[in-house]
Design a protein. Structure first.
Length: 381
């Protein structure tokens, strides 16, 4: 029995000593070191887009008779792209032209009638003056003088009627000209032309198709307005500003990096994905780029001469500004509440305050470790 008790005591002491050794032996941890020339970048994922993009179609309905361009073609402003069947509209235009010509003839006839009425009025005025003079000399009766005055009044009224008829015909002429212009405009709508110097991206219809007013036939872009539309997490978007430089990597050319600049920042965030849109123009991108191609951007928001950057995964209870980290101070582990600032595209955050003097931040979160445990510094992560 004594032997058993001795063995039990020895085992208990061994276990206690082992536990004390395990809890008191120094724990090797990696810590973050201050860095110099730190570039603070924001990562975003986006696509290649065009600022000037138009889906063009006819303003009239009809049968598509011809298409003169295809996807990939470059077109000049005013160049013909497609045409609808014009037979019916051309007939209406011819009818309007005939109405204008007929009105011109009626106007000439009315002007001649005015001249004739004016000449007759002049003749009646002269006759009336002669009869009035003869009446004063008592060489003619008063009745003849009254008849002469009546003839002059009738002639004067005929002049006014002729002038009114001429005014009506001129107004009808203006209406005919306007109708002709309308029919010409409707005929022009049967021809589709390029609104600007463009690249044809897609052709959405084929010859023989019946298209409705407003149906898109082509998608056109201005190739000089190609840019990158990127989505940035709202948590990081506060550091964005116009003119900031960035690097662009296209999915089709993963080994190449291109230079871009923020040209526009969206004034409205995506309420579902909690992202903000930014647009970057590219100064050295390839001549041929493809709309919708995925692109990665890294935007340089600032640089630091020196900075202590801590991985976000090492921060406990991080709310974007404050959080708790493990630190090594006086060769022992403890926790510290720190404040943080800018982030980079590697998932790290800049320490801005709260770090005790001579303390170092542990690079990874620790599990099952008590504060006060001895620690020694291992290799940096």
């Amino acid at each position: 029995m004594r032997t058993i008790w001795i063995i039990a005591v020895v085992a208990t002491l061994s276990i206690g000593a082992g536990a004390m050794y395990l809890t008191e032996r120094p724990l090797t941890v990696a810590v973050m070191q201050p860095e110099t020339d730190v570039a603070l970048r924001i990562y975003g994922l986006g696509t290649v887009e065009a600022r000037v993009l138009a889906r063009v179609g006819f303003e009239s309905s009809g049968t598509l008779m011809s298409l003169t361009v295809d996807a990939g073609d470059r077109v000049a402003q005013g160049q013909a792209l497609a045409a609808l069947n014009q037979d019916e509209q051309e007939a209406r235009l011819a009818r309007a032209q005939a109405a204008v010509a007929a009105n011109a003839a009626n106007q000439a006839k009315a002007e001649a009638a005015v001249l004739r009425a004016t000449a007759i009025l002049a003749q009646r005025e002269a006759a009336n003056r002669r009869q009035a003079e003869l009446t004063r000399q008592e060489a003619a009766s008063i009745q003849r003088a009254e008849e002469a005055q009546r003839d002059e009044d009738v002639a004067r009224a005929d002049v006014k009627v002729a002038e009114a008829e001429l005014a009506v015909i001129r107004a009808q002429g203006q209406d005919a000209v306007a109708a002709l212009q309308l029919e010409q405009t409707l005929l022009d709508r049967h021809r589709l032309t390029a609104p600007f110097d463009a690249l044809v991206v897609t052709r959405l219809a084929e010859t023989g198709a019946v298209v409705r007013s407003g149906d898109p036939i082509f998608t056109l872009i201005d190739p000089d307005t190609i840019w990158i539309q990127a989505y940035i997490d709202e948590e990081r978007a506060g550091q964005l500003a116009l003119g900031q430089p960035g690097t662009i990597r296209l999915r089709s050319q993963p080994a190449s990096e291109f230079t871009g600049t923020i040209t526009r920042i969206g004034v409205e965030s995506d309420r579902v994905n909690e992202e903000r849109r930014v647009w970057l123009t590219c100064s050295d991108c390839p001549q041929q780029m493809f709309l919708g191609e995925q692109a990665e951007v890294r935007i340089l928001t600032a640089t630091r001469a020196t900075a202590l950057m801590v991985p976000e995964v090492a921060i406990i209870g991080f709310d974007g500004y404050r959080g708790t980290v493990w630190i090594v101070q006086d060769s022992r582990l403890s926790r510290a509440d720190l404040t943080f600032g800018a982030r980079d595209d590697r998932g790290r955050v800049e320490v801005t305050g709260g770090l005790p003097d001579a303390a170092q931040v542990v690079a990874v979160p620790l599990q099952g470790v008590d504060e006060g445990r001895p620690a020694r510094i291992g290799a940096a992560p």
